[in-house]
Design a protein around this ligand. Sequence first.
Ligand code: NAD
Length: 295
Amino acid sequence: MRIGFIGLGIMGKPMAKNLIKAGHELIVYDLAKSGVEELETAGAVAASSAKEASKGVEVVITMLPNSPHVKEAVCGPNGVLEGAGEGVVLIDMSSIAPGASQEISAACKAKGVKMLDAPVSGGEPKAIDGTLSIMVGGDRESFEKLKCPVLEKMGASVVLCGESGAGNTTKLVNQIIVACNIAAVAEAFTLAVKTGVDPSVVFDAIKGGLAGSTVMNAKLPMMLAQNFKPGFKIDLHIKDLNNAIEAGKASGSPLPLAETALNMLQELHDSGFGQEDHSALARYYESISGVKIKG
Ligand code: NAD
């Protein structure tokens, strides 16, 4: 299959490489040259715009930071909709606001292009291994057609969650749970330190019980090592929680815990930690308690 791929950052690069390994022909574009050059070396053809990457292809994939970037690359001048022919399917794999997904999908529909929103979870290691979790919104026909040849070449779990925007809503649900879970871990282990109980021992004692979680298993060791190298950056999580709050307002769903976690992450951003891993929520608790969670 000929596939246009736009957005070759941390996630887009390995995802595009996996599609080449699966035998697809890729035409790639990014504003930054370095990603394009790396993909050319891996066998892709470089395009000079999103429009050019969308000409003569069956599928266009976008993997960009947020809603404005996707709107610009798809609907803007020299964008996907100027290049893509009727019947092309756009798969936007960026994590963006569900409302923005629906707007872009409507703009695509007006040009005879179908769109799936298909954000991912799992981060760079799973993007490299091709084992991402992919949550999809859009029409079942496009989903069934592209699930096996395209989406399953990048992901181990590929689930159709509903109509347009449902993939991004699912991603926001995921991001709220992750942020609140990390904050809860940082808060609870700060109490352990303050009361003089070894946090590593507390971890051993509770990880097999109801409080145990994938988040705690992945993020508490980072806190204990005071290692906040990303992983998933605080600034990206701020973007996702802002999108969650926008979706909450639009749907009338109150999100008091997400708002609290967002305020903590925003304080960390303002203190210069926006590029650190979201496990650096431990730093927020250090700033208000005066103790570090250390193993
Ligand atoms: P990134 O910043 O590394 O890459 C984004 C790329 O998009 C950059 O190379 C940038 O040059 C390019 N770009 C921006 N605007 C463009 C435009 N108009 N046209 C062409 N290229 C453009 O971001 P990332 O970490 O790869 O994340 C991409 C998306 O995946 C985000 O929505 C993020 O929230 C989501 N995500 C990231 C992770 C992670 O661990 N990094 C995990 C899951 C989901």
